[in-house]
Design a protein around this ligand. Sequence first.
Ligand code: GCO
Ligand code: MN
Ligand code: MN
Length: 387
Amino acid sequence: MSALTPRPEHKFSFGLWTVGHRGGDPFGAVTRSAQDPAEIVRRLGSIGAWGVSFHDDDLIPPEATSSERRAIVARFRKALDESGVVVSMATQNLFSHPAFKDGAFTSNDPEVRRYAIAKTMRAIDLGAEFGAPIHVFWGGREGVEAAAAKPPIEALARYREALDFLCGYVRDKGYGTRFALEPKPNEPRGDIFLPTIGHALAFIETLDTPEIVGVNPEVAHETMAGLSFHHGVAQAIDAGKLLHIDLNAQKIGRYDQDFRFGAEGIKDAFFLVQLLERSGYDGPRHFDARPYRVEDTSGIWDFATGCMRNYLALAEKARQFDADDGIAAALDEAGVNDLAKPTVGPYTAKLAKSLQERDFDPDALADRGYANDQLDQLVIELLLGVR
Ligand code: GCO
Ligand code: MN
Ligand code: MN
């Protein structure tokens, strides 16, 4: 079905570490061989993806000499130019090296914190070299297991100091890059700072230049915490802070699964896609997921295509939802149209007085039904393809 054919205008992007994931997990070795980043880019272009993202170390191995770096950059750029794929986001790996075992910007060791800032400035330069408009901050090691070892108010102060410094760097360089903070509740740390979208949104307002900082929410992360991702993303949109999004799938209460987008929680995924499509969000539809460990190299591309097809299928369902007269009537019965109407408007003393004097009849108000089962059943039937 051509509506399910991914094309660059859909703005689908993938991290090098996602399609490049080799299947290693905490219990077992890798199951797939390494792929060349330039080849990944060509392959992404051939399946209709628009963008690619990377951590500094995904593209340039930390041990690379400066001439090796130049060769890698040239090879990668050639693949981008020839495939038409763009670099949609860059980030830095502040979690793999044992130096970051106690955190990066929030490590108790000031020299580790300075190293983390220096490494991030180089990663920002690398992203800027490829025109990446967004720089993501995922603070996987910014947390603690032994609570006494890291007082959270001090840790947040160090986190803020690092981000303020890095915003200063971007301004000084005239890059125009915007930062997107990626919340996650736990894994790999027992508790990670900025655990949810809401925590991140509040923290951003305490920065020196909140206007260049937003969020990069991820399906799996809010779902791990048992929260509604759809509501979290809505709040980010409401705050004007949705700069990027990490799409994948996750069962509540499990380890960080990073499944193919749409593979689990299809109803949640539907409401997410409906929200993104309706909101006018025009940033990357970025997949931070990985093929099942059992896949071989060819399975990687089934995985990547599946992520994009599921998004497009849900976008098509969102269009059907809007065009369905039965659903429109059910929405009306549920009072959805009334929610869009202002309740009282701006405060006036007169209005306050008239509201207080009004003779409300709570029993009569309690009398109505909201016909939510009917509406939800229509959504289920739409998704099951029986409408
Ligand atoms: C995770 C995170 C990461 C980040 C990535 C980019 O759970 O491991 O989602 O994949 O998104 O490091 O910042
Ligand atoms: Mn994740
Ligand atoms: Mn992510």
